[in-house]
Write a protein that binds this ligand. Sequence first.
Ligand code: SAM
Length: 249
Amino acid sequence: MTRVYVPDVQVETLVVEVVGDEAHHLTRVLRVRAGDSVGVFDGRGREWRTQVGAITKSSVSLIVEREVSPVPEPAVRVTLAVGLLKGDQMDAVVRDATVMGVTAIRPVVTDHVAVPSKTWRDNRGQARWHRVAVAAAKQCGRAVVPTIAPVTPLVGLWPTADAPDAANLTLACVEPAAMQGGTARDWRTAARPSAALLLIGPEGGWSGEELAMFTERGAHTVSLGPRTLRAESAPAVALTLLWAAWGWT
Ligand code: SAM
């Protein structure tokens, strides 16, 4: 099923006019024809089945047939906070995290982030990562596109000194070298919360100060095994373990 993202969809009119990049994608890449079935989703969890009507050079009219049940979302709203990685690695993280069902992604600057500040200061990445998330949502069937927050310092995740964000469980994935002597919480013992904040460090890992901050802010340190994973792979592995413990939906 061809799917198109229309964030400001007005289905009451029974016709959805698709313009811009999405219209271009429908006509030039997917080569839809009048009468074809197209799914429309709003990125906030609603989806409709439509049929292609008129096609012009710059727009496609989609005639709404009915609302459909979207692919179920996980019961736990997970925010992934990830230390900034280089361009294509960050894209891979956004793609995987979207397909794996996260609700929000927060790129963070940490002590060992190696990406030069000129590449993230103006937040150019935010729009690009949103596009990556939209493409991933289309591919995996999700009707929700995770929100992508502007790049913030790690400490910005905690709005007050002792409140761990909106999440009621914060899990910091700590690489084996930094875990030395510390204790990792067993994933399976974490009772299912309604929301969770999952922290993954950058290629350079966490600093001693950051590890101390996790303890101060009530974060639980967790392990992904005795081998050090690539930073871009760690989110998908962590999310697999979370859904195995809490269920996919
Ligand atoms: N530079 C670090 C080192 O040499 O030890 C490795 C950092 S690792 C590439 C990047 C991030 O992935 C880590 O900060 C952590 O969040 C996560 N990670 C990688 N392997 C992990 C593991 N086995 N357990 C928990 N987290 C892991």
